[in-house]
Ligand binder design. Structure first.
Ligand code: SF4
Ligand code: SF4
Length: 198
């Protein structure tokens, strides 16, 4: 975050880098194989509990590159104030990818929601929905550390858009329609006042 005045929406600080940071126009797992899921993710304790309640349904849609042993799905919980419940639970890596990633590069949690006619993000952890955005120390910003590990969406030659443009739906999911409108208004003002970064 810069030392300029901080805009806050729905209790989250807005790091204006999300307006200018370059990114691919759309994600395409046929190209990237879902590489951002190779390292696992931190879920909120409540998300972890919901996932465990659905374990039988999840197992039904897993392929043989994934473990159906539920004791191998999650790490031990740890305190983390960036999560609503104050506790984060990491998913384990199995076969070089998050336990919930199938061999085709699709998230089983998203897959079952779609198979069952639910909203695609119903069971997906917020941090997975948001990437390459991240909530860090109370601010919505860019997850540079993770993004720098990517071989497709982090390549300059593939970055023909911005994170803001690519992640409008994700930002609406996070802030709601009203919060998103406020964010978009702030973006316009920010870009007007900082044309060199546009
Ligand atoms: S964020 Fe990058 S690695 Fe992840 S699905 Fe999108 S393009 Fe692929
Ligand atoms: S839970 Fe799903 S989206 Fe999140 S890292 Fe694992 S496979 Fe990827």
């Amino acid at each position: 975050m810069s030392d300029k005045p901080v805009k806050i929406i729905n209790g989250l600080k807005i790091d204006p880098i999300i307006f200018t940071h370059k990114f691919v126009k759309t994600c395409d797992v046929c190209i990237c194989s879902g590489e951002c899921c190779y390292y696992g993710v931190y879920t909120d304790l409540k998300e972890h509990e919901q996932i465990m309640k659905m374990k039988d349904r999840i197992i039904q849609s897993m392929d043989d590159s994934q473990t159906k042993d539920i004791d191998k799905w999650f790490e031990a919980p740890q305190k983390d104030e960036d999560f609503d419940s104050g506790v984060a639970v990491g998913t384990e890596v199995y076969n070089g990818k998050c336990v919930f990633l199938d061999r085709q590069g699709y998230c089983t949690l998203q897959k079952i929601a779609m198979e069952d006619g639910e909203l695609r993000w119903k069971y997906k952890p917020l941090y997975c929905i948001l990437f390459p955005l991240v909530i860090f120390e109370g601010a919505i910003t860019v997850d540079d550390d993770h993004l720098n590990r990517m071989h497709y969406c982090n390549k300059v030659e593939n970055q023909n858009s911005t994170i803001f443009e690519c992640c409008k739906n994700e930002l609406k999911h996070l802030f709601g329609e009203k919060g998103f409108k406020e964010l978009d208004q702030y973006r316009k003002e920010y870009l007007k006042n900082n044309p060199i970064e546009n």
